[in-house]
Design a protein around this ligand. Structure first.
Ligand code: CND
Ligand code: ZN
Length: 352
């Protein structure tokens, strides 16, 4: 079928919205007519990476309704509402998911990752599609597939933060705010948001941050060490810049031999540049600290994504606050530009 998508045609040039052609679903695939999709900072990294080949389709979180399924798809049916994510529901080591061959201007066009959701309709493998209860709204839930899964999952699954643990989240954008909310939901304390923007720090309080530190005007590491009495149990870098990676372990408390030998844990959530480095000597070794990465919040999508929908429905995850701006597909470059300039509180979405 023919549909309209945002196509990244040429390096560093604005995307164009044009017709693409999707093949019929293969046995494990399904055709989804989309409701909404999120604009994640990871897409900006990809757009600015000279290694990203063009033409290419982008986007990795969305909601939609199933309009057609392949013969092997059993967990959802035509008419079901679904969430699309970028990590698989199940993995057979070594096995590869076949990507659909999508055509644009009569040539084959590549998908960025397992799905490309900046499109009115998509063909996705069933492994990346999770049912969305029909009682849930179909717009704000579009950010569950990445921002929420990654941010909340990094706290719940990767770090396993417990009640009373102290947490610092550096960078409170779409992903960082979800991390703050998950920390709040497990009763972590204090929950310190660190950002370069006072408005974003104030916004983070609405997701459960108990303190805010502007790292542009204060020495954030020193402030967090003071607030937490020696360093946080957990620090999350939800930006991934060289400067934030380099300081991340300094926010975390050292272990104390003979008292509490294990140090705190730093989790890298933001996507770093491939050449990013970490100096391990003073930051890691003497304090017996742990440094971890997280791929999408170490999720089990079938379990985690519906849980986040229930959190929203129970008032424990304000997705209607997290989604602060809405665009049409034709405005995709406006949305990308606004995120780039740091103008988006939380996350923006494209509605179809
Ligand atoms: P978004 O742009 O919404 O948020 C970034 C936040 O960081 C904003 O609030 C900024 O004001 C703030 N900020 C920028 N520079 C600094 C600084 N030097 N110190 C403190 N704060 C700063 O981004 P997002 O939430 O969409 O994405 C955040 C990161 O997470 C980004 O690197 C993205 O690629 C990554 C990510 C990782 C994964 C994963 O699987 N690990 C999945 N999705 C996104
Ligand atoms: Zn993302």
């Amino acid at each position: 079928m023919k549909t309209r998508a945002a196509v990244y045609v040429e390096f560093q040039k604005p995307l164009v919205v044009e017709e693409i052609e999707l093949p019929d679903p293969g046995p494990s695939q399904l055709l989804i007519k989309q409701f909404a999709t999120g604009i994640c900072h990871s897409q900006l990294h990809a757009l600015h990476n000279p290694k990203t080949t063009t033409p290419r389709l982008m986007g990795h979180e969305s909601t939609g309704v199933v309009v057609n399924t392949g013969s092997e798809v059993t967990h959802v049916r035509e008419g079901d509402h679904v969430m699309v994510t970028f990590l698989p529901r199940s993995t057979v080591p070594g096995a590869k998911t076949p990507l659909p061959v999508v055509k644009w201007r009569d040539q084959e066009i590549h998908s960025h990752g397992n799905n490309s959701t900046w499109s009115e309709a998509i063909l996705a493998d069933a492994n990346f599609v999770v049912p969305l209860d029909k009682s849930a709204p179909t717009d704000v839930t579009a950010v569950i597939g990445c921002a929420v899964m990654t941010g909340c999952g990094s706290v719940l699954n990767t770090a396993r933060v417990q009640a009373g643990d102290s947490v610092v989240v550096i960078g409170v954008g779409g992903v960082g705010l979800a991390a703050v909310q998950a920390a709040s939901n497990v009763s972590a304390y204090p929950i310190v948001a660190v950002d370069v923007d006072d408005e974003k720090l104030a916004f983070a309080r609405r997701f459960g941050a108990t303190h805010g530190v502007n790292s542009r005007t204060e020495d954030a590491v020193t402030r967090v060490i003071e607030m937490t009495g020696g360093g946080a149990d957990f620090a999350f870098d939800a930006i991934g810049r060289q400067s934030t990676i380099a300081t991340l372990l300094h926010y975390v408390r050292p272990g104390l031999a003979g008292y509490r030998p294990e140090g705190g844990t730093a989790v890298l959530v933001g996507v770093p540049r491939p050449e990013a480095t970490l100096t391990v000597w003073d930051a890691l070794l003497p304090g017996s600290k742990t440094f971890k990465g997280t791929n999408g919040g170490s999720p089990r999508p079938d379990h985690d994504l519906p849980m986040y929908v229930r959190w929203f429905q129970d008032g424990k995850l304000p997705l209607d606050l997290l989604v602060s701006r809405r665009y049409r597909l034709e405005q995709i470059n406006e949305g990308i530009g606004a995120l780039e300039r740091g103008e988006i509180l939380g996350r923006s979405i494209v509605e179809f």
